[in-house]
Design a protein around this ligand. Structure first.
Ligand SMILES: Cc1cc2nc3c(=O)[nH]c(=O)nc-3n(C[C@H](O)[C@H](O)[C@H](O)COP(=O)(O)OP(=O)(O)OC[C@H]3O[C@@H](n4cnc5c(N)ncnc54)[C@H](O)[C@@H]3O)c2cc1C
Length: 387
């Protein structure tokens, strides 16, 4: 296939697309704004379709650890896809800023002061996509609730947390499951708290959905909130997770683009559609997009025809995913609920202000040191964080 392709973003969507296109004979280059790979980072993917992964890269044996169906560590899958590409295909530390000649048959990427022409540009640059605006004016919307995700080595920690309660018609839930950690770090508890949170208390979509630095300290209300609504046992777990692991808020963003192709620019993965982690299918759908793109290129005689086929399948699948995400939101942020801050909820339940709350701090002396990988995760990437 005589095509020069740029893929923007080297997470699961971008690497999947690059693998598929490379194996079809295209000349592919992947640009990633972080200056390192993600083999030691990220949390668990609840479910991985092993057959799909095999389709993207080939045989799943011979990897540092076998790709399995459930409780899979993001970094393992990332590494597996990365190893499917020749050296030099992925260029780290390249922040794509702009596309020039976006409506031509050979759009250019602006990278620093340089421009480069391509036959096809694939925007696999996640929820905060730079490429999206060349395809659609639509933007992700906040679903009204946030998942506080915790990752902590399992050794010595009684888990996973478990509990659900309904407050003012809204469901709050904590749950978790074991998953593999980075090599040498042992298994992890991968846990979450689903919590209604007003839009004024959350952050915009991050650059890489799975890779977020943990908070230096969780908010003062966090563990008391868990204690009040989920009991002492769960509070103890989250206290330990905060002290010895990583806790980070993931606001739930939702999106389903009406179009994912404009001329020679294509959206894929979270750039094209975003859904609640509750669907367990965001990364899965990004990988499906890559396979569909490859099949369209093989089935159609022209690039235009292939992109039209890709557009129609991806828009349809994106809307189906969005509907599943909306269904999940009916429990955690129903349309008629009043967005209330967890702190307000806690203080109302306690009947007083949270006076001189005990500081919950994961970064101070006197606490048990996180294992090596968690120290890296908590201190963020070695170059400046783009998150
Ligand atoms: C808590 C949580 C749990 C989840 N659990 C699951 C699960 O169990 N199963 C599942 O299938 N999905 C799950 N997901 C969803 C999944 O993480 C995402 O859907 C998936 O990561 C999307 O992949 P992506 O490659 O499209 O985007 P991302 O993973 O967001 O990656 C985008 C990449 O593009 C790069 N980038 C951005 N802008 C630029 C630029 N201008 N120049 C160069 N590079 C750029 C970023 O650095 C990043 O590496 C979960 C998400 C969350 C938050």
């Amino acid at each position: 296939m005589d095509l020069d392709v740029a893929v923007v973003g080297a997470s699961l969507g971008g690497l999947s697309a690059a693998n598929v296109l490379h194996r079809l004979g295209a000349r592919v280059v992947v640009f990633e704004c972080f200056c390192h790979g993600f083999h030691n980072r990220g949390g668990a993917l609840g479910a991985v379709d092993v057959d799909l992964v095999r389709k993207i890269r080939g045989d799943v044996t011979g990897h540092r650890r076998p790709i399995k169906g459930h409780g899979h560590f993001y970094g393992d899958l990332w590494q597996y896809l990365y190893e499917g590409l020749p050296e030099g295909v992925v260029q780290f530390g390249v922040d794509v800023q702009e596309i020039l000649d976006s409506s031509s048959d050979s759009p250019q990427l602006l990278i620093g002061d340089d421009t480069r022409r391509f036959d096809l540009i694939v925007g696999a640059d996640g929820g905060r996509s730079t490429v999206r605006k060349y395809v659609t004016d639509q933007l992700p919307t906040y679903a009204g609730y946030t998942v506080w995700r915790g990752l902590v080595p399992m050794a010595g920690i009684d888990g996973p947390p478990s509990g659900s309660t309904t407050i003012r018609g809204v469901q709050y839930a904590t749950l978790g499951f074991p998953c593999a950690g980075p090599p040498g770090a042992g298994d992890l508890w991968n846990c979450g708290v689903y919590m209604l949170m007003p839009v004024t208390e959350i952050e915009a979509p991050s650059r890489n959905r799975q890779v977020k630095s943990g908070m230096k300290s969780v908010p003062d209300w966090f563990v008391p909130f868990i204690r009040r609504f989920f009991g002492d046992w769960n509070a103890k777990f989250w206290q330990q997770c905060s002290d010895q692991g990583k806790v980070s808020p993931h606001p739930v963003w939702e999106f389903a683009a009406d179009r994912v192709v404009a001329n020679r620019i294509v959206l894929l993965g979270d750039a094209a559609h975003m859904a609640s982690p509750r669907t367990g299918a965001g990364a899965y759908t990004a990988m499906c997009d890559s396979v569909v793109l490859g099949e369209a290129l093989q089935k159609e005689e022209t690039l235009g025809g292939a992109l039209r086929r890709y557009n129609s399948s991806t828009v349809k699948r994106g809307k189906q995913l969005y509907q599943r995400s909306r269904a999940a939101a009916m429990s955690f942020a129903p349309p008629d609920c009043v967005p209330v801050s967890p702190l307000t909820l806690l203080e109302d339940a306690l009947g007083h202000k949270l006076e001189d709350p005990p500081k919950v701090d994961s970064s101070r002396e006197g606490k048990q040191s996180p294992v090596g990988f968690l120290a890296r995760v908590i201190s963020g990437p070695p170059c400046s964080s783009k998150d």
